[in-house]
Design a protein around this ligand. Structure first.
Ligand SMILES: [Zn+2]
Ligand SMILES: [Zn+2]
Length: 282
């Protein structure tokens, strides 16, 4: 017997969150590294892993609006669509803003493409080429997107949540993405998970969080590039009901390997690694 599902009309407009990448800004292969993860990515394009980014789109038709979160240096491989309606930039780090350059005169030469970012990142862009150049040529149009601001996008809405990120020049913006059914919280690059992060994770059905390192001793200069290590985060969030995924992985992180004990441990404890190519319907 067939099952009839009576969707309320509004449910036609679910939002799809596509995962375009899950690596830390330095990417894989990582310059100067000959570990097996990096070497296999050099030898086989299928083993390449892209820098952390997501794409939001409405699921109902081919011409739906499409918004990108992060403009990474891998953007040419990541974005498979003919156009993008807007890009959300959380901060000015290597993996998060430099991809904007590809929209300029050497590329599709966009006109007035919306770039949603905080006032501090906008000031940075106004002072620095090539971003200033993109603004002057009207390739991009910067839209203020500060804490609490919400942008309606077809299929849902995206809300800015500000966080302190002391190892960068500027703070960062996280995103609470409101779908028709579920909320997805996206905070991919941060120094640590404070109480405010915990509150936002609790509020969401799905949280995609910074999992750069598995542990503090994974690289020799952790203090210079601090991120909340997954080993600590799985204790911190152990009793949360939210589905938690880790992204922004450094090439050294053992969970990058599909068959590692650490990835198995994560799964056993109810967490997941965010993999490129997966998508969420919210
Ligand atoms: Zn980053
Ligand atoms: Zn490596």
């Amino acid at each position: 017997m067939g099952v009839t599902i009576n969707w309320p009309l509004t449910h036609i407009f679910h939002m799809i969150v596509e995962v375009l990448g899950n690596m830390q800004d330095g990417g894989v292969p990582h310059l100067g590294c000959s570990c097996d993860v990096c070497e296999s990515a050099r030898q086989d394009a299928n083993e390449s892993k892209y820098i952390e980014s997501i794409l939001l789109r409405e699921n109902n038709d081919e011409d739906s609006a499409r918004y990108l979160v992060n403009a990474t240096p891998d953007i040419r491989q990541q974005v498979q669509y003919e156009y993008i309606d807007g890009v959300f930039i959380p901060h000015e780090g290597l993996g998060h803003i430099t991809g904007l350059q590809f929209f300029g005169q050497e590329g599709p030469d966009t006109s007035d493409m919306s770039v949603f970012t905080s006032n501090t990142v906008e000031e940075y862009m106004m002072k620095n080429d090539p971003y200033r150049f993109l603004i002057d040529r009207d390739n991009i149009q910067v839209q203020a997107f500060n804490h609490g601001d919400e942008e309606d996008i077809r299929g849902g809405a995206i809300e800015a949540v500000h966080f302190h990120h002391p190892h960068l020049n500027h703070d960062t913006t996280a995103y609470m993405i409101h779908g028709d059914d579920r909320k997805l919280f996206y905070l991919a690059d941060i120094t640590d998970f404070n109480q405010k992060v915990e509150e936002k994770v609790k509020e969401a059905d799905i949280a995609i969080l910074d999992g750069t390192f598995w542990s503090e001793d994974e690289i020799g200069r952790f203090e210079e590039v601090p991120h909340p290590p997954i080993r600590r985060s799985i204790d911190q969030f152990s009793d949360f009901e939210t589905d938690i995924y880790f992204t922004h992985l450094n090439h050294t992180n053992p969970v990058v390997r599909q068959d590692s004990d650490e990835r198995k441990e994560l799964r056993t404890k109810g967490f997941s690694v965010l993999d490129g190519g997966e998508s969420f319907k919210i």
